[in-house]
Design a protein around this ligand. Structure first.
Ligand code: IMP
Length: 211
């Protein structure tokens, strides 16, 4: 049995890009968002080895700390020829490389080392797991993905993170070259959204949000 999400919700992220996307997605459903960053909540350690486990860790920690329902996302880029890396370590790889241009160059170098030049050897997907945790321990999790290829060199200055590297299947522009609405807008006719996060959100909205 799904539970309805209403009123004030803590969005358990310290990532400005993701917070902006989530606010845009939640706004039409009358959910009032306050972010874990604004509340200065400590960031829990993401010790899970799946996106869903890490989303749940973040949502449960924020819900416990605030006694409010909390919403968290865990996401990342999985590169097929790199055995799914960076995967759940996408944020860590970026931190360790120092900048997104640097981590994108690192991924390109790893692909080149393996001779991955043709599109079929450069397959990748973004995954988003969304978790909502309530103070009484109830939780809901939704996960989805978007498949595509990695381009060289990265293209575009929109979006955030690994966006310039990722060309979604069926498109000619990378996420970095798309407007926010193209990337994570929700089609008015109810058809499937494009980004991993928007797709997971569509499932969440259907189950837990007022129309
Ligand atoms: P986390 O979910 O906060 O652990 O971090 C996810 C990592 O994947 C960060 O490095 C993000 O920049 C990256 N990432 C997640 N979603 C996207 C996206 O839609 N575009 C580009 N990078 C993303």
């Amino acid at each position: 049995m799904h539970r309805r999400l209403e009123g004030r919700v803590v969005v358990a992220t310290h990532n400005e890009g993701k917070l902006r996307e989530m606010r845009e997605l939640l706004a039409p459903h009358g959910v009032e968002c306050v972010s874990a960053g604004e509340l200065k909540l400590p960031e829990p350690e993401e010790t899970g080895d799946t996106f869903a486990a890490n989303a749940l860790i973040k949502a449960e920690a924020a819900s416990r700390a605030t006694n409010l329902p909390a919403f968290a996302d865990d996401s990342g880029l999985c590169v097929s020829s790199l055995n799914g890396q960076p995967g759940v370590h996408s944020a860590r790889w970026a931190r360790e490389a120092g900048t997104y241009p640097a981590v994108m160059a690192l991924i390109e170098a790893r692909l080149q080392e393996r001779g991955c030049l043709s599109p079929d050897t450069r397959r990748a997907h973004f995954v988003s797991a969304l978790a909502i945790a309530w103070p009484d321990g109830h939780a809901e999790i939704f996960e989805d993905r978007v498949d595509g290829v990695l381009v060289a060199p990265p293209r575009g200055a929109s979006g955030f993170g690994y966006d310039p590297l990722f060309l979604p299947d069926g498109h000619t522009r990378t996420f970095g070259e798309m407007s926010a609405d193209e990337k994570h807008g929700l089609p008015a006719d109810g058809s499937r959204a494009l980004s991993h996060r928007a797709r997971a959100f569509q499932a969440l909205a259907k189950a837990c949000l007022k129309a």
